[in-house]
Design a protein around this ligand. Sequence first.
Ligand code: HEM
Length: 461
Amino acid sequence: MNAPTGNPASVAQGAVAPLPRLGLFEFIRRVREDQLLVIDPALYGVDLTCSRILFLHSFLVNKPEYIEHVLLTNHANYRKSHFQRTMLGPLLGEGLLISEGDFWRRQRRIAAPAFHSRRIGAFVATFGACSEAMLARWRAASAPFDVAAEMMALTLDIIARTMFSTEVVDEVAAIRRLTDVVVHLRPSLLDLFGFPQWIPRLQPKPYRAAIAAFEALVARLLAERRRAGDAHDDLLAMLLSARDAETGEGMSDRQLRDEILTIFLAGHETTANALAWTWYLLARHPRAEARLHEELDRVLGGRMPGFADLAELKWTRMVLEEAMRLYPPAHTIVRTAVGADVLGGMRVPPGASLTISTYALHRNPNLWHDPARFDPERFAPEAVAARHRFAYLPFGGGPRICIGNGFAMAEALVIVAAVAQRYRLLLAGGHPVEPIGLITLRPKNGLWVTLEPRRGKSGKS
Ligand code: HEM
């Protein structure tokens, strides 16, 4: 979180600069309404900015080399941000997303096998079956509908089946409402001004209610599993069978709850948003869409992809990657400095907040030619090889890189292939589309579309 904008004309591109602040009230309004508004687009080309509000030193880090320093080279000096801890801590506890140190390392080691590429291969059939079930529902769709909501329901269904071998069909609407509450959480003023963490932050009532409802879901999941015995081979089984190397003890119910909720939330909302933005961009770029159809028809000829097909869906992958460049679902990565450091010649004091806006980075004109243009060719292998590896970070970087990135890409490829072989998604009039920077980057009013059956080689109209 950063308060960096002001008079952008006074800042040279590629500069390291202290910036005049926005008026305090304007800054607070923007942070709490739409985080994308906090960074003026004229600053997307600035490497590093700093500002201070009351007790909080705040940096916006926007140069790949500096980002690499924070996320990788000197990662030990940077913790997950205090914003994340106070906002998400009550829900996610010591789950993978926000835990730290040796505890985090142990949990990550336990969870890692669930995301191994061999396992993802075995999930591909489930990705396809869940997509088929959604498409069967779509057959009855005659009026425009919100495909962003459909993607959310689909990815939730997938995460429940693959990671926990359970179904949440009856609970999808309720979980969606609860997730909405979480995604709309806003940083407290105490955090924005850098007040110490020991001062209690009051959580909004709907959030406390959402936590209680999520806990009931986890309790059901655990009870179901304990009744059924351990004949499963999923993430939940791995968490349940993990033993501490020294004490031999298993995970407490509290820790299980934290990890389950973390995977539920981190594992569906982001992928759903990536897909919604992909449909939006494809609808607006018919040539890219035609090339996608050509590839799907050639490689799949109307069938669902298997794991081996995914490597052949090169253009489809490039489209997804470019969609996540323009609309990175995790639009902001924030860290808090533990000790003092130096970045781009500037002193970073302990406790400072460092914001990496992937939204700004992915639109940095020093890194991307004509950044606002949708152009999947940016992800051709030669173009990727020519770029700094920290110039594109939809999944973050360094040791805290998204554990689900391979899972998410495979899932998104299957879903795009399943849907685009059957339909073109056309934007419905009267529903303006604009991004909003909440905890994730969502289309503010959803994404309303109508369906046009395809009549190509694979179309089954
Ligand atoms: C397109 C989809 C996704 C995007 C854009 C995304 C993005 C990210 C990002 C940027 C981070 C790093 C945050 C940071 O460094 O502060 C992260 C971490 C994480 N993601 Fe994802 N994610 C996606 C899908 C998934 C899926 C499918 C799962 C699980 C099934 C998942 C689980 C996690 C977890 C557990 C972490 C914390 C990892 C750790 O710190 O060890 N994500 N994700």
